[in-house]
Design a protein around this ligand. Structure first.
Ligand code: ADP
Ligand code: MG
Length: 698
């Protein structure tokens, strides 16, 4: 059997299904199908009863009747519930999508087999269970490890549900008569006691027992992480070898004047340490590529400014790029204020900079009159040319892609030093994979006097109490954010939520006693900026906003944040939002408002937020709950984070082993010339040839 055979030639596929497989799952060949792994296994060796459901960890198989369909909620909150009854009792079934179709296709009172993961909320329920007619069910399937393949609505419409994919696997594997070529060298297989490739692949689809499944998984996870780490490590070492960087010898007058006369407070220990680490990079003769992690409010801006001043002291220019106009504007304001009367020139360049001002900036950059340029991605446009850019800082990296980082490299003949700042704490396993080519510094200490934000959960029905709380805070002279979800700026429903909310707040907080600002994605940049300024200056007491305020905005007098529909936000977004308060010495509050009905995942997220303010704890939890594929930023990062089998939240140990193996291989044989490593070379070329994101970095 040829692994590279077009999938349409597999019996049971054909042209139409082949097209769906290619489009939805990127399965084009037999090999692609072999590498399309189940995402879970269901125990079909036994039926559970509703009384035996104990945990939400295991998907269960139940037999019983479905009745009592009820449509609940309106519009986008509409969902369908039904009662599932077996000999032992009853549970609830819930559907959020395909409601009409479900209701039409299920016969009330008839016996069905259902599978699904139970959820606990005032009793057990299963959302979107898989439903099977016992008469049509395959009697032969009594496996403890019945594989489940993920599919979507489009695939299901092409008759490609999980079971159909499993059948295709069966057809394919019935043709496999000899072993596939190994994808790891024998010495590594031996050293790490790995299952041979073909056995591992067969067992991942058709596990013989628990032990072979565990071995198969380990082998495939190891291999996946090994090649990612190998790729990252070779990019890193290539970069270290070839990349000359400017040497910044001087800590001169500009830095010292600032440090001695303009610093409004003393640096935290962590800030000092990080400045030292970056300075060591500047002196090393190599290009600095550093990720600066620090929780929201840990004081990254100041560190950025001090690093830029070192560049200036050495005769270079520096730039700072932020993801949004609001944030760039704010950095500009903060930095010009900190610099005061120092002889340093700073300009702001964003999408709304006038043509005239823009021309002046272009000219001043080239003549060297301008020392520091702050801006949005307008900074990386081709017509922005520096006389001598020595340092580029990117704030809130997760909003930018790797390609944008690469563009900055080319703003000088010798690439400038690069510092990437992020407030999204990233667990070590993830940062090693996502930013494995960067060195990492962490600001792990908050400025003194910060009080942790008190976080509470309120239901929509308690809104009047929340309004009272807001009035009390305003009476104390403080300001308040009220945030609405807006996943995509174009979503009309969310927009309606926001405008309804804004109106009700205006009614509850009427002039002249109160003034309310509003900021959302449909406003022009100038309007947004004006509203922000009114709030920042304390002219308005309440800021109603969408998540545009998520990153970076700094109004220390705003001490309360109310997050509407908090159940719609992911953990890291909630954490970022909450970071907008608690930025001064006053006690701050965050109120998470939700609907009365919450999924168990949403409930977990809210609980975590109420329990801790530690960004690292939150991001670990987030990774555990969601898996890294969904982590903010991983999608755009350019890293192949769509891992097939490894799970960065749980497979830290496999990752360490794989990284160790990759590093051993590269130190013994940097360019993979040795015969025993030819297997690796072939596989690596195959895996990464299509992916040019990697080469673009260097
Ligand atoms: P972030 O890391 O989220 O970008 P900022 O740089 O915006 O944080 O800093 C948050 C707030 O903390 C700002 O108001 C800043 O002036 C203040 N700050 C920064 N460093 C210190 C320090 N060493 N001591 C006291 N306050 C500080
Ligand atoms: Mg910041």
């Amino acid at each position: 059997m040829q692994l590279d055979t077009d999938i349409k030639y597999l019996p049971g596929v054909g042209a139409a299904k082949a097209e769906s497989l290619a489009k939805e799952l990127n399965i084009n060949t037999f090999e692609d199908l072999v590498y399309y792994f189940p995402y879970k296994y269901i125990d079909r060796s036994r039926f559970y009863t509703t009384a035996e459901i104990r945990s939400d960890e295991i998907a269960v198989q139940l037999k019983g009747v479905i009745s009592n369909f009820r449509k609940q909620g309106v519009k986008y909150k509409e969902h369908l519930t039904a009662t599932f009854t077996d000999s032992a009792g009853r549970i609830e079934l819930v559907w959020f999508k395909g409601i009409d179709w479900i209701q039409k296709s299920i016969v009330p009172g008839k016996e069905y087999i259902i599978f699904g993961k139970p959820n606990f909320y005032q009793g057990w329920s299963i959302a979107h269970p898989e439903i099977e007619d016992p008469l049509k069910a395959e009697k032969s399937v009594t496996s403890q490890f019945y594989p489940q393949y993920s599919t979507n609505e489009t695939l299901k419409n092409s008759k490609l549900n999980s079971r159909a994919i499993q059948k295709l696997q069966q057809t394919l594997w019935s043709k496999v008569t000899s072993a596939f070529p190994e994808s790891l060298p024998q010495y590594i297989i031996q050293k790490y006691n790995l299952m041979p490739l073909t056995d591992a692949l067969r067992n991942i689809h058709f596990p013989k027992n628990e032990e072979t499944l565990a071995k198969a998984r380990f082998r495939l996870k190891f291999e996946e992480l090994f090649y990612i780490q190998l790729n990252i490590l070779s990019i890193k070492s290539a970069k270290n070898q070839k990349s000359h960087g400017f040497v910044f010898n001087n800590v001169g007058e500009i830095f010292n004047t600032f440090y001695n006369n303009h610093l409004p407070f003393s640096l935290t220990g962590a800030q000092k340490r990080v400045v030292k680490e970056i300075r060591a990079d500047f002196l090393s003769g190599r290009q600095c590529n550093r990720l600066l992690q620090g929780d929201v409010g840990s004081g990254k801006t100041l560190v950025a400014l001090m690093c830029m001043l070192i560049a200036l002291d050495n005769g270079f220019q520096a730039c700072l790029m932020a993801p949004t106009e609001i944030l760039a504007t704010q950095h500009f304001a903060t930095i010009t204020q900190l610099l005061g009367d120092m002889p340093v020139t700073v300009s702001l360049l964003t999408g709304s900079t006038s043509t005239k001002a823009r021309r002046q900036i272009h000219e001043d950059l080239q003549t060297g009159v301008l020392n520091i340029l702050i801006g949005t991605h307008a900074l990386i446009e081709d017509d922005v040319k520096f006389q001598n850019l020595g340092l580029a800082i990117i704030d809130e990296q997760h909003r930018f892609g790797v390609a944008q980082r690469a563009k900055l490299y080319h703003k000088n003949i010798t690439p400038p030093h690069i510092i990437v700042m992020t407030a999204t704490p990233i667990p070590r396993t993830l940062s090693m994979t996502l930013y494995g080519d960067l060195d990492v510094s962490v600001i792990d200490e908050m400025p003194p006097g910060r009080k942790p934000v008190k976080t509470t959960h309120s239901f929509d029905s308690q809104r009047l109490m929340v309004f009272k709380f807001m009035r009390d805070r305003i009476a104390e002279g403080h300001q308040i954010y009220v945030v609405y979800p807006l996943i995509e700026e174009s979503k009309n429903l969310d927009y309606k939520d926001l405008t309804d909310g804004y109106e009700s707040i205006c009614r509850a907080f009427p002039p002249p006693q109160y003034a309310v600002s509003v900021v959302h994605g449909r406003m022009k940049p100038e309007e947004k900026d004006k509203a922000m300024q009114l709030f920042a200056k304390g002219i308005t007491q309440i800021m109603v906003a969408t998540t545009v305020i998520e990153v970076g905005v700094n109004v220390p007098n705003a001490t309360t944040m109310v997050i509407e529909s908090a159940e719609k936000f992911g953990l890291s977004a909630l954490h970022q939002l909450r970071g907008r308060v608690g930025r001064g010495g006053d006690q701050s509050y965050c109120i998470l408002m939700t609907d009365y009905k919450l999924s168990s995942d949403a409930k977990k997220r809210i609980d975590i937020m109420c329990r801790t303010t530690d960004g690292f704890v939150i991001s670990e939890e987030d990774l555990k709950m969601r898996g890294p594929g969904d982590m903010d930023g991983t999608q755009q990062s350019g890293t192949p984070m769509q891992l097939r089998i490894a799970d960065l939240a749980r497979d830290g140990q496999v990752l360490m082993a794989a990284r160790g193996a990759a590093s051993d291989v590269l130190s013994a044989d940097p360019s993979l010339q040795l015969p025993q490593n030819s297997v690796i070379k072939i596989r690596q070329n195959k895996l990464f040839s299509k992916d040019d994101n990697w080469s673009r970095i260097s």
